[in-house]
Ligand binder design. Structure first.
Ligand code: MN
Ligand code: MN
Length: 344
C-alpha cells in the first residue's frame, strides 16, 4: 500500500497512515487534496468531506466545508441533524478533478473540512446565533464556507454573517419552496422563513435573487407574490420541465454581474425520485442533471458562500440523497472564483 512516490511515508507508523490524513500529499504539494482511493481504501480513513484533511480553524484556507447538524426548524419529517455526517460518508467516492468541466479546485485553493457548528439543539433562536457567530469567524478569516445541512433555517444566520463581511448579496436559491413565510406556528424563525428574515435585514439584494424549482400545493394562490414584490425572480418547476437550464443560467450571470453571490441548494428542489431523503418532498421536481446545470452555470459568478440543505438520512434508504448532495457540494467548490480550470 505504501506509495512509491512518497518514500518518507515509510517512517510513518501504520497508525498515522490509518488516521486518513493526506500526509503524503502535504509533504509534496502546496494544497490539500482528497485522500486518494489508491492510497487508502475508500471505506477507510476518517470520514471527512471528500476525505480532505480536517482542521479546527481557518488558518491558510481559501474555502472550507462545514457541517450544521440542525433539524429543530423542520415542519414535517425531521432528521436533517444527521445530514452533515451522511453527506461526508457518501462523499468518499468523489475524486479531486471535475472531468466534465475541467475544474481542478485543489490546484489553486487550500480547502479543508473544518468540522461542525456546535449549536443549541433545544432552542432554535440560540442555534441561529451559534451558527451566525461560527460563520462570521469563517468569513472574517477570508474563507469561503460551503455548508453541509442541516435544515434550511441555517441559511438565515449564515446570510447574516455573510452580510457583515460582504454587504447584501445576490442569491441563487434552488428549492421546491420559496421559504419566505412570515410566520410558522406563530414563530418567525423556522425552515420556511429564512429568506423573508434575510431580506428584511438587508442581507439580500431583491433584484439579484432567483428562486428555481418552486412547486407543490399551497395555502393561497399568491404564495410567491411577496418575493416578486421584492424583485425576486421566481422560476417555477413546471417552467423547467423537459429542458436544459443552461440558457437560464446565462441570464443569471447577466443578472448578477460581479456582485457577491450566495448559493443555497435545498435538496428538495430535485425530484423525490433523485432525492427522496428529505423532509418536505414535492413531486415534479428538477433532475440531478438540471441541478448540475444550475451549479455549473454559476461559474464566473463572484460566489462568496454556499450551502446544501435538507438532507434527512433517516428517509434516505439508498443513500442517493446524501450522495447527490455531496456531489453538488463538490460542484459548488468547482465554481468558486479562485478555481483553475485545466484543458482536456
Ligand atoms: Mn428550503
Ligand atoms: Mn424545500
Amino acid at each position: 500500500m505504501m506509495s512509491r512516490a512518497c518514500p518518507q511515508l515509510i517512517s510513518l507508523s501504520k497508525k498515522q497512515f490509518a488516521a486518513g490524513f493526506s500526509t503524503c500529499q502535504r509533504m509534496y504539494q502546496k494544497y490539500n487534496e482528497p485522500l486518494s482511493g489508491h492510497e487508502m481504501p475508500r471505506a477507510g480513513g476518517i470520514a471527512s468531506m471528500m476525505r480532505l484533511p480536517v482542521q479546527n480553524n481557518t488558518e491558510g484556507l481559501d474555502a472550507c466545508f462545514v457541517g450544521v447538524p440542525l433539524d429543530i426548524g423542520t415542519s414535517n419529517r425531521s432528521g436533517t441533524r444527521h445530514g452533515p455526517r451522511q453527506i461526508r460518508c457518501e462523499s468518499s467516492l468523489i475524486r479531486k478533478v471535475n472531468i466534465a468541466t475541467g475544474a481542478c479546485p485543489f490546484d489553486s485553493m487550500q480547502v479543508a473540512d473544518v468540522g461542525d457548528v456546535n449549536l443549541n439543539l433545544y432552542n432554535l433562536p440560540k442555534a441561529c446565533e451559534d451558527i451566525r457567530k461560527h460563520f462570521l469567524g469563517l468569513v472574517q478569516a477570508g474563507c469561503v464556507p460551503l455548508a453541509l445541512g442541516g435544515d434550511h433555517t441555517m441559511t438565515y444566520p449564515i446570510l447574516q454573517a455573510i452580510k457583515e463581511k460582504h454587504g447584501p448579496v445576490g442569491l441563487v436559491h434552488i428549492d421546491a419552496h420559496a421559504d419566505t413565510n412570515d410566520k410558522m406556528l406563530g414563530e418567525s424563525i423556522a425552515h420556511g422563513t429564512p429568506f423573508r428574515r434575510a431580506f428584511e435585514e438587508g442581507c439580500l439584494v431583491g433584484n439579484k435573487v432567483i428562486q428555481i424549482g418552486l412547486r407543490g400545493s399551497n395555502y393561497t394562490l399568491d404564495d410567491y407574490e411577496w418575493g416578486k414584490k421584492q424583485g425576486f425572480r421566481i422560476v417555477e418547476a413546471f417552467e423547467c420541465w423537459h429542458k436544459s437550464l443552461s440558457p437560464l443560467m446565462e441570464e443569471v450571470r447577466v443578472m448578477m454581474g460581479d456582485h457577491p453571490v450566495y448559493i443555497s441548494f435545498d435538496i428538495d428542489g430535485l425530484d423525490p425520485c433523485f432525492a427522496p431523503g428529505t423532509g418536505t418532498p414535492e413531486i415534479g421536481g428538477l433532475t440531478s442533471i438540471q441541478g448540475l446545470e444550475i451549479v455549473r452555470g454559476c461559474r464566473g459568478l463572484n460566489i462568496v458562500g454556499g450551502d446544501l440543505v435538507e438532507v434527512s438520512p433517516p428517509y434516505d434508504f439508498q443513500g442517493t440523497t446524501a450522495l447527490t448532495a455531496a456531489n453538488l457540494l463538490f460542484e459548488m467548490l468547482c465554481v468558486l472564483p479562485k478555481v483553475k480550470y485545466g484543458l482536456r
